[in-house]
Design a protein around this ligand. Structure first.
Ligand SMILES: Cc1cc2nc3c(=O)[nH]c(=O)nc-3n(C[C@H](O)[C@H](O)[C@H](O)COP(=O)(O)OP(=O)(O)OC[C@H]3O[C@@H](n4cnc5c(N)ncnc54)[C@H](O)[C@@H]3O)c2cc1C
Length: 435
């Protein structure tokens, strides 16, 4: 039998779990597993708002692909994918440059027998003026680090101003997008601001922070039941967040944003979290079909509609369940379920067995308002219908999502050890990262 090669592009919520499963399953067999990622480390995306606010030190939760690959039987290749030649079954990796822009490795090709694209999503700026130049995003660790550094600078500036008699000085943060990312970040910022005075900013507390949350729709958290969304709205308002619903941003400037009805809202920092789409280059991948948000259209087996050798999972895939009329929302649980399904089907292809249809099970959504409150709705196997949860139960459900991800990428023993270490770290390490 010829040696086969499965290449997975993107080691995120879906891709990393997939290569671990494939590497473990095929370790002693004639199939090589390769992961390509444009970063050298993985950080679970739903942690990014905590990294941005400074309440989580990303160094402790990052996973290096090199070491992970050695442990779980796959090869890691560091590089940015941008095109495919489907006839020759080659993907092209862009030239690798160092910090000074000097080329270290030239552009080159990697052969595949089966390819899985798991490159996640990018922020949708809807071509609104000023977003790409003046707003920050939360797509990867570097973005979260940039936000935290800028936020700290603003807080230091205000603390000094207060110290020198400017009693009204404050930091204006505008978050555009009232979905889970925007809501979670708004709450996390207040949680972090509460502690800043213990970290050298004696004249700063949460009353110096003014967060505006802007949502184009009629209410925040459209994916949650209305009752839960209004609870979240009440809690956010109590913290001090100003919520603007039915408000469309028409321009993002350096120090203020403009809305379509002509209002101006001051902003020292603007975070854009108004929606996710596939990266633009996906619509130019050797004729593969994409939807209007540049996501790769996949069939019931998660294969791209025009090429059975190429699958797509997670935020970059456009999969419409038979019971729905639109593609799945970009969520970690969808990426996780798709990774499991593609694993089964890749094994089936190599072992020449029948493929299994992907059936998505919505287990609900949980939104954390930092230490203040957690809300969500549970659905699926354990209960009938939809059950709203709040408080401690919701908090446990929220934290179990990350724990399950750790078990999925590290296995039971290592995963449980890391969960334990995480607990200890949360107790013994500083509550805030101010560097
Ligand atoms: C702040 C925040 C909070 C969230 N909270 C939740 C939540 O509570 N619950 C939930 O279900 N979902 C949540 N999400 C959404 C969830 O994180 C995503 O749906 C999930 O991570 C998608 O998984 P993925 O594998 O498709 O992509 P990702 O996890 O985004 O991984 C994509 C990977 O591809 C790599 N990559 C990208 N482009 C290239 C390229 N050209 N070449 C090589 N590598 C590339 C990236 O480096 C990355 O490693 C949240 C997202 C954010 C930003």
């Amino acid at each position: 039998m010829d040696k086969k090669r499965i290449v997975v592009i993107g080691g995120g919520a879906g891709g990393l779990e997939l290569v671990r499963k494939l590497g473990t399953y095929f370790s002693a067999k004639d199939t090589e597993i390769m992961l390509v990622d444009k970063n050298r480390t993985h950080l679970w995306k739903p942690l990014l708002h905590e990294v941005a606010a400074g309440s989580l030190d990303a160094n402790l939760d990052e996973v290096g692909y090199g070491g992970h690959g050695v442990k779980w039987g796959y090869r890691f290749f560091y590089g940015t994918f941008h095109s495919i030649n489907r006839n020759k079954r080659l993907i092209t990796i862009a030239p690798l440059k160092d910090q000074n822009g000097e080329e270290i490795i030239k552009a080159h090709d990697i052969y595949y027998d089966y390819l899985v694209i798991a490159t996640g999503g990018v922020s949708n700026d809807f071509s609104i003026r000023g977003v790409s130049t003046n707003a920050l995003f939360l797509e990867q660790r570097a973005h979260a680090d940039e936000f935290r550094a800028k936020l700290l600078n603003e807080c230091f500036k205000v603390s000094l101003q207060v110290d020198s008699g400017h009693k009204d000085a404050h930091v204006d943060v505008v978050i555009v997008g009232g979905g889970a990312t925007g809501v979670e970040l708004a709450a996390e910022l207040y949680n972090a601001a509460k502690s800043l005075k213990n970290y050298g900013l004696e004249d700063f507390d949460e009353s110096r922070l003014r967060v505006s949350l802007i949502e184009a729709g009629q209410r925040i958290l459209p994916s949650l039941p209305e009752k839960l969304a209004s609870t979240a709205k009440k809690e956010l308002s109590l913290m001090g967040v100003t919520i603007h619903t039915s408000t469309v941003v028409s321009e993002v400037g350096k120090t203020q944003i403009t809305t379509s009805d002509g209002r101006k809202i001051n902003s020292s920092l603007t975070l854009w979290a108004a929606g996710v789409k596939g990266a633009d280059y996906l619509s130019e991948l050797d004729g593969l079909e994409t939807d209007k948000l540049s996501r790769l259209v996949v069939d019931e087996f998660l294969q791209t509609s025009l090429d059975e050798r190429i699958s797509a999972i997670g935020d970059c895939a456009s999969f419409i369940p038979k019971t729905a009329d639109r593609p799945l929302h970009p969520r970690a649980q969808a990426a996780h379920q798709m990774a499991k399904a593609v694993f089964v089907n890749l094994c089936a292809k190599i072992e020449k067995k029948p493929l299994q249809e992907f059936i998505y099970k919505d287990n609900g959504s949980i939104v954390s308002l930092s230490r203040f409150f957690t809300i969500g709705s549970l659905m699926g196997n354990l209960i009938r219908g939809d059950m709203a949860i709040e408080g401690r139960l919701a908090r446990v459900a929220y934290w179990s999502l990350y724990r399950l991800h750790l078990l999925a990428i590290h296995g039971l023993l290592r995963g449980l050890t890391l969960i334990l270490i995480g607990h200890v770290n949360r107790i013994v390490r500083p509550k805030l990262k101010v560097h």
